[in-house]
Design a binder for this molecule. Structure first.
Ligand SMILES: [Zn+2]
Length: 140
């Protein structure tokens, strides 16, 4: 059973699915890919995926526990909220997590850059504004 609120998918109702395995052959062939976000050019970016088996494998190998899963979820939601498939050189939106990034994850030190946080905040404020104005219009 799906809760009522989960039936809506839009700018204020994003979907992140934790899948056991990678989605398609393109991703399956790249063992370093831990998740994916579907970012539409038009800006309607609502779906993200995390590949659980890969995350668990790396987490176990690097002794990261559930911190890696949490950071992958945040990274993929970050793509949806930033409406971009781009990666940063460093921080939680960096595209390749090796020694430095995995160390930061283990320390709980992986963050968005201030500019990324600002874009996300602005987006959330503007989409909440549109939801509130729709609700106000519907209640008239
Ligand atoms: Zn990414």
């Amino acid at each position: 059973m799906v809760p009522q609120d989960c039936q809506t998918v839009d700018a204020t109702h994003l979907v992140l699915k934790i899948l056991p395995h990678a989605l398609n052959a393109k991703v399956r062939d790249r063992s370093d890919v831990l998740g994916a976000a579907i970012v539409d050019e038009s800006g309607s970016s609502y779906y993200a995926y995390v590949f659980y088996e890969r995350v668990q494998g790396l987490a176990k190998e690097r002794r990261l526990g559930s911190a890696l899963l949490a950071n992958v979820i945040v990274h993929e939601l970050g793509h949806l909220l930033l409406e971009s498939n781009s990666h940063a050189v460093s921080g939680i939106m960096s595209g390749h997590w090796s020694g430095e990034e995995l160390r930061k994850i283990s320390e709980g030190n992986m963050f968005f850059h201030a500019s990324e946080s600002s874009v996300i905040r602005d987006r959330l404020i503007s989409s909440q504004g549109s939801v509130f104005s729709e609700q106000l219009a519907a209640s008239d």
